[in-house]
Design a protein around this ligand. Structure first.
Ligand code: FAQ
Length: 310
């Protein structure tokens, strides 16, 4: 890497300038951004699946419509993010191929099942909440196309958060059975939620580089702490409990203390061996196969294509 170019690049970042696709950038900056944005995009389309399976079973027409709109938004976020990643030189086709073949990662949380409608509500509220904490920070980051995509995504996620909160409030203030269902869903989702922000800063591989270049604007632990600060009181307000006997805010340090998440399970899940990994990728593979004739027809409208039987 040319030291003068690198110095100028880092000076631009220090001044708070945005780096645009045609600007010079270190190869590692490009590689890290592709990795992170691509994983983020995959998380959005795979993330549409746990809630997506509840569209047909959502209780009532209003919730069905809202659930459908929310899931559609997530897929739209993937579109924005794939476009942002493409500006760095990796094609969308290659990214989707890497997803389907298990080469690329996506968020661990979407490899757990949404067993009940209450699970879907917990995702809509608390996974979206976690996503907003992370994305609000990174929207101020240095890469122009990613930060602009995140700004728009955050605006939509703010609606999801209200939707998810409303759904959880409805359950938590409902019948004893509804309260029991929402508490059980929270108990199931809490451990994955605690790992959603990534490994602790001590274990994180990429944080240092990404923060130096202002791609990540908050560390994994900072995001986790912010999430706990904002949402644990809201969970308690609803009379729900958090399934961690060690969770408490240390008055002296101002930091939340909690049981160390099971990082071995986390590693297994992000490397393909979680409860739903195979199922999630199978859905994507089928979608790719069934949609291939449409993509081919769009690219070459004059050729004759026979639509395969479903
Ligand atoms: N899941 O060195 P670090 C959403 C991997 S969007 C899976 O700390 P980094 C919206 C990491 O890739 C959710 N893998 O990594 C929605 C790396 O592996 P590699 C996604 C994870 O990049 C809501 C290794 O561990 N959000 O939910 C996870 O500095 C509802 C070492 O980790 C984003 O992607 C994980 N949780 O920090 C949709 C935001 N954590 O690549 C539908 C953008 C870590 O070396 C419904 N991404 N790993 O093989 C980021 O901010 C960062 O990439 C982190 C991880 C914070 C996720």
């Amino acid at each position: 890497e040319d030291p003068a170019k690198l110095a100028e690049f880092e000076a631009r970042i220090a001044r708070g300038e945005k780096i645009e696709p045609s600007d010079w950038m270190p190869a590692l900056y490009r590689k890290q951004l592709i990795r992170m944005i691509e994983q983020h995009a995959h998380s959005e389309i795979i993330g549409a699946l746990p809630e997506g399976t509840w569209i047909t079973r959502a209780p009532g027409f209003r919730r069905k419509m809202a659930q459908m709109a929310k899931v559609q938004d997530e897929v739209g976020h993937a579109q924005l993010l794939y476009s942002a990643a493409e500006t760095l030189g990796k094609s969308r086709e290659q990214m989707l191929t890497d997803l389907i073949n298990g080469k690329s990662k996506y968020s661990n949380v979407f490899n757990y099942p949404a067993l009940t409608w209450a699970d879907s509500n917990v995702i809509s509220w608390l996974i979206d909440a976690g996503a907003i904490v992370n994305q609000m920070a990174n929207a101020k980051g240095s890469y122009g196309p990613y930060s602009r995509a995140l700004e728009r995504i955050c605006a939509e996620e703010a609606f999801h958060l209200k939707y998810g909160h409303d759904a959880v409030v409805h359950m938590a203030t409902g019948s004893p059975k509804q309260r029991e269902m929402i508490q059980a869903a929270l108990n199931r989702w809490w451990p994955p939620i605690m790992t959603f922000f990534g490994p602790s800063d001590k274990m994180s591989t990429h944080t240092e580089t990404l923060m130096r270049w202002k791609v990540k604007m908050a560390s994994n632990d900072e995001c986790r702490q912010q999430f706990l600060d904002m949402y644990v009181p809201k969970i308690w307000e609803l009379g729900l409990t958090v399934p961690d006997p060690n969770l408490k805010k240390n008055a002296e340090t101002g930091q939340w203390e909690f049981t160390e998440p099971d990082w071995d399970e986390f590693k297994r899940v992000i490397n393909g061996d979680g409860p739903c990994n195979a199922e999630r990728l199978a859905v994507r593979r089928t979608a790719e196969e069934r949609g291939a004739w449409v993509r081919q027809a769009l690219l070459n409208p004059k050729a004759k294509y026979v639509r395969p039987l479903a």
